[in-house]
Design a protein around this ligand. Structure first.
Ligand code: EPU
Length: 421
């Protein structure tokens, strides 16, 4: 298995190109199931999770084949198998994003129920309730969700849950509604940029989706969808991670291929703790001069501060001059990184879904274990400045969502190597 070895280095400096968004590309590729004819999806990051979805799409008769220059071609070839089996879904719970497209196009979908993961229990009740509202019958058999509908009909659907809306649930219901008869209104829809991106692809395919990006999405059903060309938005979480990495080293990093408008909730917090973030033409420059000012942060649905940057921000605040409180409102158990950061000398006290971070003068390198994607990113970020050497095991977690993170960091001057254990 691969490990990362990181030596404490100086300030990061240079330019980094941000890849396409993983969380946009996944439901967009899955939406290719809906089309008659091929789609060309550009700016798809080359990540383990995209590979997992491509393998699943292959099983479902919809090969998603990587081309040159970050493009993927997706085309329905064979509709005879509509079963997303446990062996695929257990590798990536986001495989649930094929459920809505399969149901809409083939009238039947069998998708293994995703289990929990390191960040929490992660139910899919809202996805299922939304599809039922469109007329599907849902049963559970042998760990599989079986959704059937002779005909889907537009409906008014409320997708709010105890922790806000659901991103992939909104994607599933939106996809299913594109081919339903009549008009669907999704209330309390997720407003994340990844949903707007998916809606743009669906509309390029001939769908009639309006107001995506707001909590009330309207979809007028159409008879069929055709293939389309689409370019995936830049990954706002990768961009935020590099902003934090630049800041923790008191460096100066220029980010290219970044949508600052997708990052305002993050930028506002970074500025409040003393990190400079400025536009420079179509790039963004991030720099910091000293230890961060402490701050209280609550993770929220978009446009609030994203849960997917909570762990990385905790590394930065671990070195702030004072106490910060981080409240996790999306995944209340998403704190696996706390114990590992503590091994590196961070002073963090967790109470329920709140972490109190008392800034320390320095972090100290240690052997640590990656537990999930963003927790691993937090350990890498901390390792950049921790005195001595940090060894991170289980880096396959980070490969799920960051394209060549060690190569990009090395280009900025970081001392990070991938080795085989
Ligand atoms: N929830 C329910 N019922 C549901 C669905 C969700 O109660 O049916 C709850 C969840 O347990 C959670 C909250 O609602 O408390 C939000 O979950 P959501 O469904 O929005 O999460 P998701 O769609 O499964 C996506 C991203 C995650 C990101 C979350 C929140 C993808 C592939 N994944 O997950 O990304 O954290 O939205 O923004 O888009 C990551 O990239 O590291 C990652 C985990």
């Amino acid at each position: 298995m691969d490990i990362f070895e990181i030596e404490s280095g100086g300030p990061l400096s240079g330019t980094v190109a941000i890849s396409g968004s993983k969380n946009s590309a996944l439901p967009i590729l899955a939406a290719g199931i809906l089309a008659d004819g091929p789609s060309r999806i550009r700016n798809v990051p080359d990540l383990a999770d995209i590979g997992h979805l491509a393998a699943l799409m292959g099983d479902l008769g919809v090969p998603a084949v990587r081309q040159e220059n970050g493009e993927m071609l997706v085309e329905v070839k064979d509709e005879s198998n509509s079963h997303a089996a446990y062996d695929r879904v257990r590798k990536m719970r986001a495989s649930i994003c094929v459920l809505g497209p399969l149901l809409a196009k083939r009238r039947v979908a069998k998708v293994s129920m995703p289990g929990g993961c390191a960040i929490g229990s992660r139910p899919v009740d809202l996805h299922l309730r939304g599809l039922e509202a469109l007329g599907a019958t849902i049963e559970l058999d042998g760990g599989d969700i079986i959704a059937r509908a002779d005909k889907l009909r537009g409906a008014e659907i409320f997708l709010g849950g105890p922790f806000g809306s659901t991103v992939l649930g909104t994607a599933n219901v939106m996809c299913a509604a594109t081919l339903a008869a009549g008009r669907t209104v999704i209330e309390s829809a997720a407003c994340e940029p990844e949903i707007t991106d998916l809606a743009e692809y669906l509309n390029a395919m001939g769908a009639k989706v309006s107001h995506a990006g707001t909590p009330r999405i309207e979809i007028e059903g159409v008879k069929s969808l055709h293939g389309a060309d689409h370019t995936v938005i830049p990954d706002r979480i990768e961009a935020g991670t590099f902003m934090i990495a630049g800041a923790i080293t008191c460096g100066r990093v220029v980010l290219k291929n970044v949508r600052l408008d997708h990052l305002m909730g993050v930028v506002a917090m970074l500025r409040r703790i003393g990190v400079h973030v400025d536009r420079k033409g179509d790039a963004v420059v991030v720099w910091a001069e000293g230890a961060a000012t402490p701050i209280d942060i609550t993770t929220q649905p978009y446009p609030g501060f994203p849960t997917d940057l909570q762990a990385q921000m905790m590394s930065l605040l671990a070195l702030a001059e004072g106490n910060s409180a981080i409240v996790e409102k999306i995944f209340p158990d998403r704190f696996m990184h706390v114990a590992e950061l503590s091994r590196m000398g961070a002073n963090i006290r967790k109470e329920g879904s709140v972490a109190i971070v008392t800034g320390v003068k320095e972090l100290v390198g240690a052997p640590v274990m990656a537990s999930d994607l963003r927790a691993s990113a937090a350990l890498v970020t901390a390792g950049l400045v921790a005195r001595g050497q940090t060894t991170i095991r289980r880096v396959y977690h980070i490969d799920r969502g960051y394209e060549q993170i060690e190569v990009k960091l090395r280009a900025l001057g970081a001392k990070i190597e991938r080795r085989q254990e």
